[in-house]
Design a protein around this ligand. Sequence first.
Ligand code: FES
Length: 236
Amino acid sequence: MERTFRVMRCDPEKDKKPYLQEYQVSARDGMTVLEGLFYIQRRLDPSLAFRFSCRGSVCGSCAMNINGRNRLGCETQVSSLKGVIKVRPLGHFKVLRDLVVELDGFWEKYRRVRPYLIPSSLPPEKERLQSPEERGRIGDTADCILCANCHGSCTVTGTDSEYLGPAALLKTDRFLRDSRDVAGDERIRIVDGVHGIWRCHTILSCQDVCPKELSPTSSIMDMRKRLVRKRGNDGR
Ligand code: FES
């Protein structure tokens, strides 16, 4: 069955502004939007640029805006979309070319929250064990694949370039919940500010577009409560 793809194109070195280009794609059963883009690139227009890697909803590389919503191209079935399939790059990011956006700022914020375990001792010979209850406290906050769908849909990241953003704040919560981590005070200090947890408008757009159904907003609210409790205990 023929499906029309309308894809945002832009080569900043040549084009004054982005434009939409239409392609007719012969869609087979089970075809994903990412596979539709492969079809275009291989048979119709080799100049089309987009990112991908795992093709299995694991690496987060193929995040893009499809029919007005940020999604993973590799898990969005063509058959689930009605009418023309409109594909654009993620919002709030500079376009490098076509569907490829610059993620440097996203990664810089991610690095700022120290997204790794900070334990109190050197690594043991084998592994740092946790009880099922301790692992349970981390929950699904460890499932983020860093696709940046949330960052690209957040109303605050669109207006405040310094805002840490939902993915980095979710990661902070993930390590605050980890029984093996001892850097809680430092982690809270990093996110306690006008560009951190207090900047979120709790509009929930981040959780609406998360392919793993995570809720950065809930993490942000938990950290706010934690901080308020701490200030109460400190008598501030
Ligand atoms: Fe890896 Fe889509 S290609 S998540």
